[in-house]
Design a protein around this ligand. Structure first.
Ligand SMILES: Cc1ncc(COP(=O)(O)O)c(C=O)c1O
Length: 303
């Protein structure tokens, strides 16, 4: 029965599990009205959560930075996520946890008076790039859109300030590309809609060190690259470096480590996924069975 009701996904709203299509946010919630919320996305692959602890830890850092209070402890939070996945019967899932500011008492505009609301849901796995695009490599546009500065919105708090990223996506589509990366005010690349970016040149791996979300997949790629003996530099990456790189790849929970084969219409390296990207991508998916980083979905959600 449950499997049918929840087959498109399951959500946790206001203390209850509901089918994803029935999950609602009150219209007065500042999460909706003001993008006043933080969230995190973890995935489940072949029945196992990947780096759930790291995602929960990042989510809680965001909650603290926004001066919000999470109404659930780690064990309860984790149990809700496990239960959403098992209710939906998903082997591969995209699992989101959200804390919104909530609504203030009638007539008030004081964020301190809002009661923060926790939501969660699990839906079938979401990919930034199709499997076919991952085999050949993604076409990426370096957008002119400047990523909202970190002095305005802290990019290390995972947030819904996506107008700039969405503009970037439309920019990419207008040029016939699959997705875009945004720049910062100094002409360095920042990040794209839901992903971090890496270059490989002369066997050295580089990724922007500031103005970006500290992606869990970014961190995993850095660790796997170092384990494989590569030098990894976290530093400003000029937009031009992407056009001259041997390899470019992007990282996201929504698809892992994904090769880029064209930047601004020009092929990267040989124009096919390069050896470093291919090796890291293989190691990334192998790591999903490693108990160091993954845990099986619990049917009842209980710890
Ligand atoms: C703006 C932004 N940058 C980077 C990422 C990648 O982070 P992660 O690897 O933790 O999914 C995301 C994830 O959705 C994101 O929204």
């Amino acid at each position: 029965m449950d499997a049918d009701r929840f087959s498109q996904g399951a959500a946790w709203v206001d203390g209850d599990y509901v089918p994803i299509a029935e999950a609602r946010v009150p219209i007065t919630d500042w999460g909706f009205l003001r993008s006043d919320a933080t969230y995190d996305v973890v995935h489940v692959w072949k029945g196992r959560f990947f780096r759930l602890d790291a995602h929960i830890a990042r989510f809680k850092r965001g909650v603290d930075k926004l001066r919000m209070t999470l109404p659930v402890d780690d064990a309860a939070l984790s149990a809700i996520l496990h239960r959403c996945v098992s209710l939906a019967g998903l082997e591969d899932a995209y699992v989101e946890m959200i804390l919104t500011r909530g609504a203030p008492p009638p007539g008030s505009r004081d964020p301190r008076l809002c009661r923060n609301s926790f939501f969660a849901f699990a839906v079938p796995f979401v990919w930034i790039a199709s499997e076919a695009a991952q085999e050949t490599g993604i076409s990426l546009r370096i957008s002119d859109v400047v990523r909202i500065p970190e002095a305005s919105v802290d990019p290390t708090v995972k947030n819904y300030h996506w107008h700039d990223l969405t503009r970037g996506i439309f920019d990419a589509y207008a040029h016939g590309d699959a997705t875009a990366v945004l720049v910062d005010g100094d002409g360095n690349v920042a990040e794209g809609p839901g992903f971090n970016i890496f270059t490989v040149r002369g066997g050295k791996v580089a990724t922007p060190d500031s103005g970006v979300l500290e992606g869990i997949t970014r961190q995993t790629a850095i660790e796997l690259a170092r384990e494989a003996g590569y030098t990894v530099e976290e530093r400003p990456v000029p937009a031009d470096e992407l056009r001259r790189a041997d390899e470019v790849f992007i990282t996201s929970t929504a698809g892992g480590i994904m090769p880029v084969s064209r930047v601004d219409g020009v092929q990267v390296g040989e124009g096919v996924p390069g050896p470093v990207t291919t090796a890291l991508r293989r190691r990334y998916w192998e790591a999903h069975a490693d108990p160091r980083w993954s845990e099986a979905v619990r049917a009842d959600g209980a710890a």
